[in-house]
Unconditional design. Structure first.
Lengths: 138, 497
């Protein structure tokens, strides 16, 4: 696990989340202040960040010893990606409900869109880092 | 007098609600089913075309071609040509399907549909079609027409995919190398890892099989447009019987090819091909028994399907409530479920056929593997078919459509079209299905890139690979935008009462 890259991702996702939540909340005519948007995203992303790191490190500790030596990297990646996706959505919905005091179904579309954008950004960040690495080594 | 009045009323309702497409007169439920299919076609084919096929062609032109021209002796000429031919055929087939989907969608969504085709000969609803000994209703003849059209285009791909085996060895085939679908069908096991075949046999099999399929499909295209008026005594085929017949005839023809391969390789008839007969052993005998078993089963199903019939006019119970796995279906739930079932039957059906006849990567036509493929895919397809059949049969779909159209009409704007409440509901349901599929695709990309990141030999990847992933992610992003836009525009249809 690349910790500096994870922190960079965390910051990018946080900024994107704040902007997107504020826009959506204003559109729905709820409380659209930056403070609440920041609180929601900060709690959501921080909990998600630490839970993900814990899952990753736990799996790496136990799995690397037994499985990764035999080239089973794919299983670890599949588990973390799927758990990240569902955990992200679940946490987002719960925290949104607590902070904005809105019905659960109101937040589902917003949370899913944010998670999809995060996945795209994540892939693009990775690909850009590959391309940068590749052009620098040429 | 009363009957006349009712008939006139029915005719006026029919004229108001009928759609004419490629000469076929369609009622409301047929129009809905074709609209669902064309929407699925629009999204899946364009994603396949722009996300993969065109990109792969660019990759071949700018990546493989310069390498091949600079160092031709390192490449196998026929492998290079094979990839080009297959990609171009795939692109042509996709463009034809995409064009048909767009035309269908535009015609159904346009209000003045009848004006367009007023001068053409119309194929009316009240007819019975005689097709290969079956008596088909108008619904079934449209189904066979669509399947034949798809079959012609699929056969073209199958022919090209079987044209030049990539790593071909004229007489000996080993299961460790990649085989084309036809090579797989014509290679007979003679040991745990060894198969035997012959170049001439594969060439003849390709020509004969493609020829038979094309003749069947063209015959179906022509005969389904003809028909006789309905007579009350005549019984028509049941749809599932028809589908069993189509599946059985395809399996029968494929395994008949394998049967002839056995005969021409292991008996005295091998001299016709100019080769010496190969001595038989237990592996060959076991395979021959498997082939004979499959031929007997498929032939029995083929004959049995002729006896599955029903009366053309079935009584419709109007107050009957519909449940699906103990869930009571309201009209909206039924349309939602119907749309998703058609989407998944297309998706799994297409993946199944492509795996078996075109790519041949994971599943082989070779007997045991074929069964492993049929069981999971077959279960999903049967579940989807059960759902579709439950909602559509005995005029239930008409009842659901009527119920939705009777409620307060919502007109939504979707690109440059105005959607009715019913069409909004269909588009919403399909977009939810596509959202799930695209999220699955996105997760796939994320997993691949995470694995690439963990790979210590990352420098071994070429820049073209990273750019290709970037391109595919951007295309996927555009499809996400289109899907979310459709959901946003059509969501009022599910909220309204």
């Amino acid at each position: 696990m690349n910790i500096p890259l994870e922190i960079l991702r965390y910051i990018i996702f946080l900024v994107m989340g704040i902007i997107f939540t504020k826009w959506y909340v204003e559109k729905k005519a709820w409380d659209g202040s930056y403070r609440i948007s920041l609180t929601f995203n900060l709690i959501w992303k921080t909990i998600n960040f630490f839970v993900l790191i814990t899952i990753n490190l736990t799996l790496e500790y136990f799995w690397f010893v037994f499985l990764l030596k035999s080239g089973e990297v794919m299983i670890l990646t599949i588990i973390t990606t799927i758990s990240w996706f569902f955990l992200n959505i679940f946490l987002g919905i719960i925290i949104f409900k607590i902070i904005y005091k809105q019905k659960m179904q109101e937040s589902i579309i917003l949370i899913i869109i944010i998670v999809i954008i995060e996945m795209f950004l994540d892939i693009i960040i990775n690909l850009l880092s590959f391309i940068l690495y590749y052009t620098l080594t040429l | 007098m009363i009957i006349m009045e009712v008939k006139e009323k029915n005719n006026s309702t029919l004229n108001k609600s009928r759609t004419i497409l490629f000469g076929f007169e369609l009622n409301r439920s047929q129009t809905v089913l074709i609209l669902i299919s064309s929407f699925i076609g629009l999204f899946t084919i364009s994603y396949e075309l722009f996300g993969f096929s065109i990109f792969y062609l660019i990759y071949l032109i700018f990546g493989t071609l310069p390498d091949y021209l600079s160092n031709p002796e390192q490449y196998l000429y026929h492998v290079f040509i094979y990839n080009f031919a297959l990609t171009i055929t795939k692109i042509v087939v996709s463009i034809i399907f995409l064009y048909l989907s767009i035309i269908t969608l535009k015609r159904i969504l346009k209000i003045d549909n009848n004006k367009i085709e007023s001068n053409r000969k119309i194929i009316h609803q009240d007819r019975i079609v005689n097709w290969l000994g079956f008596k088909l209703s108008h619904d079934q003849s449209i189904l066979v027409f669509c399947l034949s059209l798809a079959g012609i285009l699929f056969t073209a791909q199958f022919f090209i995919a079987s044209l030049t085996p990539p790593l071909y060895m004229p007489e000996m085939c080993c299961n460790t190398i990649m085989k084309t679908p036809l090579e797989d069908l014509c290679c007979i096991p003679i040991g745990p890892n060894w198969f035997r075949s012959h170049e001439l046999l594969i060439n003849y099999a390709r020509i004969v099989l493609s020829g038979i399929f094309l003749i069947l499909f063209f015959y179906s295209l022509i005969t389904t447009r003809r028909g006789k008026p309905i007579t009350p005594n005549k019984k028509i085929a049941k749809t599932y019987g028809l589908l069993v017949f189509i599946a059985s005839i395809i399996i029968f023809l494929l395994y008949l090819t394998r049967f002839f391969c056995h005969i021409f390789l292991f008996t005295e008839l091998a001299h016709i091909l100019g080769i010496n007969p190969i001595p038989t052993n237990s592996y060959q005998t076991n395979d021959f028994i498997n082939v004979i078993t499959i031929l007997i089963i498929s032939l029995s199903l083929l004959i049995g399907s002729y006896f599955i019939k029903e009366s053309p006019h079935k009584e419709i119970k109007l107050n009957e409530s519909l449940t699906w796995f103990h869930i009571k279906l309201t009209p909206k739930k039924a349309i939602f479920l119907l749309s998703l079932s058609i989407l998944f039957i297309f998706l799994f059906g297409y993946t199944f056929l492509t795996e078996v006849f075109i790519t041949n990567r994971y599943f082989r036509l070779y007997f045991p593997n074929f069964l492993f493929l049929i069981i999971p895919y077959g279960l999903i397809i049967i579940l989807c078919y059960y759902t579709i059949d439950k909602i559509v049969k005995r005029g239930r779909l008409d009842k659901f459509i009527e119920s939705i159209e009777d409620s307060k009409e919502i007109t939504t704007r979707w690109f440059k079209f105005n959607l009715t409440h019913l069409y909004s509901l269909i588009f919403f349901s399909l977009s939810i299905g596509f959202l799930i599929i695209f999220i699955y695709q996105l997760m796939g990309f994320r997993i691949v890139i995470e694995i690439m990141q963990l790979d210590p030999n990352i420098a071994m990847y070429s820049l073209l690979i990273f750019i290709s992933y970037m391109y595919m992610v951007i295309i996927l992003g555009l499809f996400f935008i289109a899907t979310i836009y459709t959901i946003k525009q059509t969501i009022p249809s599910i909220k309204s009462r």
